[in-house]
Design a protein around this ligand. Structure first.
Ligand SMILES: [Zn+2]
Length: 446
């Protein structure tokens, strides 16, 4: 660590201006490791507002809460941008095994599932061990059945296990095409906990009622179905509010030299309803906001403006397109999003090299990727499509999918040290980017 500082000191003599940025970035990093701003944001958002699904009273309340919080943290130009976004409202719901061995099942309806008739749907279950196995069934072969896809998810550090498992959550249309009357999926989760994990379901149609079962509940139905015909009664009484309105809330740290060049960072304010939306995504907005606040507290702001955005419709989708459309005319130099919890940030990626970044990241045990990032997050996908360069911070997602979208997504599963390490990564990275002249649109030097 000391040797690295010596290297920086030598660089300072050669390149006084930029090395000054590197030194400031290192100071920000060290300050962030003892700063509790991010923890305070997660704690207060999850306790004072709680779960934030679009269309709920608490989501509406999060709007004023967000404005007040960003102002209290010293951000300027704090404002709300609204856009129409249909809301799915969970109603009474249940699933139970009926017949000789009756038992209630731990379940959650999937977002945008169609409801069942009032009395529910009762039918025999067909269990598949994988989604591919269900897709291999011919049309009409599942007529009158409730399908259960009981496909386990693989635990991975980079979250790719989710990418390959989540397809099964969108399977209701494929089951319907084969004649099924309802669709059940093993929770897309790496936990053995009984809490079911919800999520958006987005097959192209036709649609049938669909829900997630707790992991052990899905295994129990599968075990029983090996020996007998299992009948399940499913009830889902959800509604959709087509006239709901979503919102993004943002605030800025104005650049001292080039205020119109904007670095956009943030996380998403909306969440699923069973937990309090702590790791998904109070943590992400807290990490990026605390990083920007630390930069804003410096004696001199960086050259470029840093804008923190709390996107308001990630889980249903919509923020990405709305934000890209509303900000098409701006000079956004780069955009980044934190939306994978708060465990150790092990890698950062930029579209091109950044002098001094390796040295600043080394004490955090964070590597600088030699590859440019491919995905920055779903709320900035619209900006990325419009040609805005992106940055990415990879966090250890090994335990994230034990809790994500379930009742266990609460403050209790946020690691305070991981949260601080993430803030240190974001604060130093974003400072370097915002204080530089690098045009990230240009192809990286080979
Ligand atoms: Zn999220």
């Amino acid at each position: 660590m000391f040797r690295k500082f010596a290297v920086l000191a030598v660089a300072a003599l050669a390149m006084p201006s930029f090395a000054g940025s590197v030194e400031t970035a290192a100071q920000l990093r060290d300050k962030a490791l003892t700063d509790t701003t991010a923890w305070n944001i997660v704690e207060t958002l999850t306790s004072e507002v709680g779960p934030r699904p679009i269309g709920s009273a608490s989501y509406a309340r999060s709007r004023d809460w967000a404005v007040a919080k960003l102002k209290a943290l010293g951000f300027t130009n704090v404002h709300v941008e609204t856009f129409p976004e249909p809301a799915w409202i969970r109603g009474a719901e249940s699933a139970e095994i009926v017949g000789a061995h009756p038992q209630k099942l731990a379940m959650l309806g999937l977002g945008f599932s169609v409801p069942t008739p009032k009395g529910g749907i009762e039918a025999p279950v067909v269990v598949f061990g994988s989604y591919a196995e269900m897709l291999a069934q011919p049309p009409g072969s599942l007529t009158g059945k409730i399908v259960l896809v009981n496909q386990p998810m693989t635990r991975t550090q980079d979250g790719t296990g989710y990418g390959s498992a989540v397809e099964a959550r969108n399977g209701d249309s494929e089951a319907a095409k084969r004649g099924a009357v309802a669709y059940l999926v093993r929770s897309i989760s790496t936990s053995t906990n009984r809490s079911p994990h919800t999520g958006w379901t987005g097959g192209p149609g036709p649609h049938i009622p669909c829900a997630a079962l707790g992991v052990p509940d899905a295994d129990m139905v599968a075990a029983l179905a090996r020996h007998e015909t299992v009948r399940i009664r499913l009830k889902l009484q959800s509604t959709v509010d087509q006239k709901a309105v979503a919102f993004d809330v943002s605030g800025e740290i104005k650049g001292r030299e080039k205020p119109d060049e904007i670095v956009v960072i943030g996380g998403h304010l909306d969440s699923w309803d069973p937990g309090t939306g702590a790791i998904d995504d109070a943590a992400g907005l807290a990490i990026t906001t605390a990083a920007a606040k630390l930069i804003g507290d410096l004696p001199a702001h960086p050259r470029r403006t840093i804008r923190v955005v709390w996107w308001g419709s990630e889980e249903n989708g919509g923020s990405s397109e709305a934000y890209a459309k509303a900000h098409a005319g701006e000079h956004i130099v780069i955009a980044g999003e934190s939306d994978l919890g708060a465990d150790h940030a092990y890698k950062v990626a930029l579209p091109q090299g950044m002098p001094g970044l390796d040295e600043v990241m080394a004490p955090l045990k964070t590597i600088v990727s030699p590859e440019p990032p491919h995905h920055g997050g779903s709320d900035i996908a619209g900006l990325q499509e419009a040609g805005v360069p992106i940055l990415a911070v990879s966090e250890d997602a090994s335990r994230y999918f034990d809790y994500h979208h379930s009742a266990d997504d609460t403050l209790a599963v946020v690691d305070p040290d991981g949260l601080k390490q993430n803030v240190a990564v974001w604060a130093s990275l974003v400072y370097l980017v915002a204080d530089s002249d690098i045009d990230f649109h240009k192809a990286p030097a080979k």
